[in-house]
Design a protein around this ligand. Sequence first.
Ligand code: CP
Ligand code: NVA
Length: 330
Amino acid sequence: MGVNLRGRSFLKILDFTPQEVRYLLDLAKNFKDLKRSGTPHKYLEGKNIVLLFEKTSTRTRCSFEVAGMDLGCGVTYLDPGSSQMGKKESIADTARVLGRMYDGIEYRGFSQELVEDLSKYSGVPVWNGLTDQFHPTQMLADLLTIEEKLGHLKGVKFTFMGDARNNMGNSLMVACAKMGLHFTACAPKELFPEEWLVETCRKLAEESGGSVTLTEDVTEGTKDADVIYTDIWVSMGEPDSVWEERIRLLKKYQVNNEVMANAKPEAIFMHCLPSFHDTKTTIGAEIAEKFGVNEMEVTDEVFESKQSVVFDEAENRMHTIKAVIYATLC
Ligand code: CP
Ligand code: NVA
């Protein structure tokens, strides 16, 4: 049976079948070809979308803006200081107002419940641009990048190193389990994903031929991996006070030459970005001064190496987000 996502929200990968994810990846590949060949694809002229960001963003915001405009949509961006949402107006009321004006709503913020509520009340497709729990549009870009670089998804040995109980660790575990990859979270026990999600993913992996492993052992967790993936150690919305503890917990899970040498020779390095791989950012410089750590989740050498595909991955955010907008609004 054909896949039809018209009118659906895109809130988490758990809501989608492997066939639906496959459909979105294939659609993204088509849009990438159209963009590369300079072929216009304003298939959604007359539609309008609104982007709500309660947290900062470069890739997600720009991807939604460019994708929306390439498709011919009108695009409105609302930043944390320029809407009534949350302060003077409830999410339910905001959603019902925006649903009267826009054909689709992107939301980046804190709780997953909130984006689920937006979808419930607005009456139009809502796209999750990142919550504390999940980052589903990033998953499509990551799967597309893996497929482009390695030629397939099923059977790929994928290792996530770092804060495995946050939006990225959670989402990657779900995406890998759905699509038949072998997922390993290589992290300290304190930062393992929640038990219910691990169990859910293990069931999904049984169906897809993938697997889910949790380990604290870096050598075991990265051995013969096809993909080594990491994320920043302290995420948006977390207080500065957690830095010290997080550095203590995650220092040995840094992606460095030793880790990459333990993976397959042709392994790729991935990161959702932004990344603290040097001290050329305000926070990077502050952390270096305070804790004496010049490179955090990944060394500059690995980040800049031939194995690193982080900028291809970033570009794929736009093509995959375009697929999501089109598939749900067409
Ligand atoms: N990867 C990602 O979501 O980047 P931004 O925070 O810049 O949107
Ligand atoms: N875990 C990170 C992901 C950024 C794309 C954060 O939430 O800040």
